[in-house]
Write a protein that binds this ligand. Structure first.
Ligand SMILES: N[C@@H](CCC(=O)N[C@@H](CS)C(=O)NCC(=O)O)C(=O)O
Length: 214
């Protein structure tokens, strides 16, 4: 079946899905959806008819279609189980999902484009205040992650195999750097991120290597 991913090069949520697709060795076609202010293809009718949530990513796999990166990651794990991005152990799977939620539910929604635009354009906060808001929520989650990062050995977040935890960590690290958040307090996360990015699947998913990167 042909897989199509509606993606934006800088979207951390789309970056997660690109990573999972690459790690599973799946072929897919990218349709770029520009989130650039003034372009906003994700808010236009053509895309809204496909995904009324007006967010990227969105995936189509034959007749199946879904938005929401977490739902897509779980779909891919179930539909294409090999190589697995979750371990066999139920407890470890829960721990990995817990980390993923700390990024995808507790950080990302607070720092999403529409939130940052609302802070600035509707509430009138300065660029400095907006950036402080952004860094604050990153630091909250990364402080917790840094404490447990060494608990499973390395070189990945949960030991010797790449998992969905790394798939969620690396895009958030990219986004933190994009917004110039200091990462000095998180040496273990920095090392894990650097290791992940040596893998070809991560390199191919990187924002700068996407067809719509500018
Ligand atoms: N919970 C969603 C979040 C998706 C999301 O927020 N995508 C961002 C890009 S990373 C987006 O489309 N933003 C458009 C906007 O904020 O208007 C997911 O995990 O897929």
């Amino acid at each position: 079946m042909a897989i199509t991913l509606y993606s934006y090069w800088r979207s951390t949520a789309a970056y997660r899905v690109r990573l999972a697709l690459n790690l599973k060795g799946l072929e897919y076609h990218i349709v770029p959806i520009s989130l650039l202010p003034g372009v906003s293809e994700h808010r236009q009718d053509a895309y809204r008819q496909r995904n009324p949530q007006m967010l990227v990513p969105y995936i189509e796999d034959g007749d199946f279609g879904s938005g929401q990166s977490q739902a897509i990651l779980e779909y891919l794990e179930e539909a294409y189980p090999e190589p697995a991005l979750l371990p066999q152990s139920t407890a470890e799977r829960a721990a990995i999902r817990s980390f993923c939620n700390s990024i995808c539910c507790d950080v990302h929604p607070l720092n999403n484009l529409r939130v940052l635009v609302y802070l600035k354009e509707t509430l009138g906060v300065s660029d400095e205040q907006r950036d402080a808001w952004y860094a604050h929520w990153i630091h909250e989650a990364f402080r917790a992650a840094e404490i447990s990062a060494g608990n499973h050995g390395g070189p990945f977040l949960f030991g010797t195999a790449v998992t969905l935890a790394d798939v969620c960590l690396v895009p958030q690290m990219y986004n933190a750097r994009r917004f110039k958040v200091t990462l000095d307090d998180f040496p273990k996360l920095v090392a894990i991120d650097a290791h992940c990015r040596t893998l070809a699947a991560f390199e191919a998913a990187a924002p700068g290597n996407q067809p719509d990167a500018t």
